[in-house]
Write a protein that binds this ligand. Structure first.
Ligand code: ZN
Length: 410
């Protein structure tokens, strides 16, 4: 467990409940700047390459150059990180090709540690006739996955426009060759493993712009080494967007292996993977065009991303920074619990601790604020009688830390 005392924590110490509400308002003000038109513009730009199929003549170098230029515009130092690969593709043809990842770095203002947060999406596309399996000339990939890349670019734009400062480095990544077998993300994740990089979280978006207007849901695929970030992601999505987060059960989570975050998971790094709940019908065809997307929904997905990025990269401009402590000093008993449970925790003198309980979809189901009259161990009783049986997360926030504990309501 790492203790941190930054300037920001000093500010938090002075916070009252009303100031905390103010802090949430700041985050909402920031998120309101996320713009559907600017997402659409990036999707159009990417679609206008005609095809982003990684094995076409010359590969995706021009796409990568465009993304480097976009990131430079937002003062992110970006480079093309190319790699070579050969083999047989899914149609049996032999290839011998260069692939082009884009890597953009936004350094932290005040590093708390040497870990980084990655926001990534694949830049390549594929389209084929689903009855004959023959490749189509155009691979617009507007939803798959210009939408994910557009989120990454929009976050860079928002960071720059607000001169946001973080306490962890952020890497904005675009991956080539995903459709052929996660080539770009394996290349990057393996390089990071060899370089002993510390990845706090990899945030992946793959197909996040197609959704009917009457059903805004977002699937959050999960990896067994990253359950805390998953629940935090669901919580932030529920808190800051109109989208209902959906966490699939094991049987429904198999698609977790079919996008770039899987390469990070396989190399031991924590990741979350967001994908539209209602799968696009033009998936992997030349009908996957910008017109079919829902940019209001897309903008809300970008808001979920910004909130998650702020949380894990420790945004220090006063919009709700928190450090997550996995080792916990609080204790909830009994667990499994019935109508009542007792929570024991440490609090600072005079401080307000807020206790929140969330269900597995990230919905807030109970909230209790407690004044810490004396420092030391506090005991509080939680009334769980109104909760249906199932898994829950109890979250404690004090001026200096956030702790969570999972429990079962019988
Ligand atoms: Zn994809």
């Amino acid at each position: 467990m790492k203790k941190r005392f930054t300037l920001f924590l000093t500010i938090i110490t002075l916070m009252t409940t009303s100031l905390r509400a103010q802090s949430d308002m700041d985050m909402n003000a920031l998120l309101s700047q996320i713009n559907a038109d600017s997402l659409l513009q990036t999707v159009m730009d990417l679609q206008n390459f005609g095809s982003r199929f990684a094995l076409r003549e010359g590969g995706n170098i021009e796409v990568a150059e465009y993304l480097v230029e976009r990131l430079h515009r937002y003062n992110v130092s970006a480079v093309i990180d190319s790699f070579h690969q050969d083999g047989y593709n899914w149609l049996g043809g032999y290839y011998d090709q260069w692939f082009y990842n884009v890597k953009g770095i936004l350094p932290s203002a005040n590093p708390v540690d040497d870990s980084i947060v990655i926001v990534g999406a694949h830049l390549d596309a594929i389209s084929y006739d689903h009855s004959t399996f023959s490749l189509q000339t155009l691979a617009p990939g507007a939803d798959d996955n210009a939408s994910g890349v557009a989120v990454m670019i929009e976050l860079a734009r928002i960071c720059h426009a607000n001169q946001l400062q973080f306490n962890r480095d952020i890497h904005f990544m675009a991956y080539d060759g995903e459709e052929l077998g996660l080539f770009g993300s394996y290349y990057d994740a393996e390089a990071r493993l060899n370089a002993d990089d510390k990845v706090k979280l990899m945030i992946n978006n793959d197909m996040v712009s197609f959704q009917p207007d009457n059903d805004w849901r977002l699937t959050l695929h999960w990896y067994s080494n990253a359950m805390d970030p998953l629940h935090r992601a669901a919580e932030l999505c529920a808190q800051y967007t109109d989208i209902e987060p959906y966490i699939p059960d094991v049987a429904d989570n198999t698609d977790a292996a079919y996008s770039d975050s899987y390469a990070y998971y396989r190399n031991g790094f924590p990741a979350v993977f967001a994908i539209e709940y209602t799968f696009s019908t033009s998936y992997h065809t030349d009908h996957d065009v910008a017109d079919s997307n829902n940019y209001a929904y897309h903008a809300d997905v970008a808001r979920y991303n910004m909130a998650l990025l702020a949380d894990y990269a420790l945004l220090s401009n006063g919009t709700g920074v928190e450090e997550h402590v996995t080792a916990t000093s609080m204790c909830l008993s009994p667990n499994p619990a019935n109508d009542r449970a007792v929570l024991l925790y440490q609090n600072e003198e005079g401080a307000i601790a807020s206790i929140s309980v969330y269900d597995m979809a990230g919905r807030l189901v109970l909230r209790q604020d407690e004044q810490g009259d004396i420092s030391g161990t506090h005991r509080t009783e939680l009334n769980l009688s109104h909760l249906p049986s199932g898994f829950y997360i109890c979250r404690l926030q004090t001026p200096s830390r956030v702790e969570t504990v999972k429990f079962v309501r019988e």
